[in-house]
Design a protein around this ligand. Structure first.
Ligand code: NAP
Length: 246
């Protein structure tokens, strides 16, 4: 039997990352789930993935820490021998107006969202280039394209991911490693659960489809760009936002 392909999803323990991990599992990939907390929820996610008759492991690492990323990738390769797909999904918000935003909150968001994407892409793409195969999908945001008051740090990190992805795509194309980004709109996860009903109603009014998206809708896009069927799309940003940005 042909060896299964392997997908590593940072921040795969819950939310959008979990949905992406489940989608790749349903398509027959073995899965490496990464989180920063080793929570019970993450362990449940692993069981759910395994119920698709694929193998899955949970590796704890803070993506903003280069050494921890290296160790995680080493363990993933020891277990599965390969990484075909990297999804840079781990991300946080620390919102505030610029006047009130601390230097610490700026640095924290940049270091997890953007530097984490650098760390993981650098380490994993070296392996992909050797194998002449790889798919890297990084999760940006509509906010990285359009900006958002109260999110200077987050928007900068997500805009950074777009420039990073386009540069990476140009560097890696000759080795058959494709790099793309997804810019989700507002998606129902823990990250947006903190928004009040009034804010959610205002958001829905700005979305042509008049509702927030689901993690599964982002997962379908991640598979479209990260699956083996994608052989000719690279350096692109796919908006999955119910029509918010056109
Ligand atoms: P979420 O529900 O808050 O989940 C965040 C995930 O990231 C968790 O798995 C968490 O792990 C992990 N994580 C956080 N810090 C980490 C670190 N330093 N190292 C490794 N993993 C870390 O978020 P989400 O809504 O699913 O968002 C996923 C991605 O989509 C993020 O990049 C986010 O910016 C982006 N996005 C989300 C929306 C939205 O509306 N939700 C819209 C646009 C873009 P633990 O479980 O261990 O804490």
């Amino acid at each position: 039997m042909e060896e299964r392909r392997v997908a590593l999803i940072t921040g795969g323990s819950r939310g959008i990352g979990k949905a992406i991990a489940l989608k790749f599992a349903k398509e027959g990939y073995n899965i490496v789930v990464n989180g920063v907390s080793n929570s019970e929820e993450a362990k449940e996610t692993i069981k759910e993935i395994q119920s698709n008759n694929v193998e899955a492991i949970l590796l704890k690492a803070d993506v903003s820490n280069y050494n921890e990323c290296e160790e995680m990738v080493k363990q993933a390769v020891e277990k599965f021998g390969r990484i075909d797909v990297l999804v840079n999904n781990a991300g946080i918000t620390k919102d505030n107006l610029l006047m009130r935003m601390s230097e610490e909150d700026f640095d924290k968001v940049i270091s997890i969202n953007l530097k984490g994407t650098f760390n993981m892409s650098k380490i994993v793409s070296a392996l992909m280039m050797k194998r002449r195969y790889g798919r890297i999908v990084s999760i940006s945001s509509v906010v990285g394209v359009a900006g958002n008051a109260g999110q200077c740090n987050y928007a900068a990190s997500k805009a950074g991911i777009i420039g990073f992805t386009k540069s990476l795509a140009k560097e890696l194309a000759s080795r058959n490693v494709l790099a793309n980004a997804i810019a989700p709109g507002f998606i129902n996860t823990d990250m947006t659960a903190v928004l009040s009903d009034t804010v959610k109603e205002n958001i829905n009014n700005q979305i042509p489809l008049k509702r927030m998206g689901t993690a599964e809708e982002i997962a379908n896009a991640a598979y479209f760009l990260g699956g083996a069927e994608n052989t000719y799309i690279t350096g692109q940003v796919l908006n999955v936002d119910g029509g918010m940005l056109m």
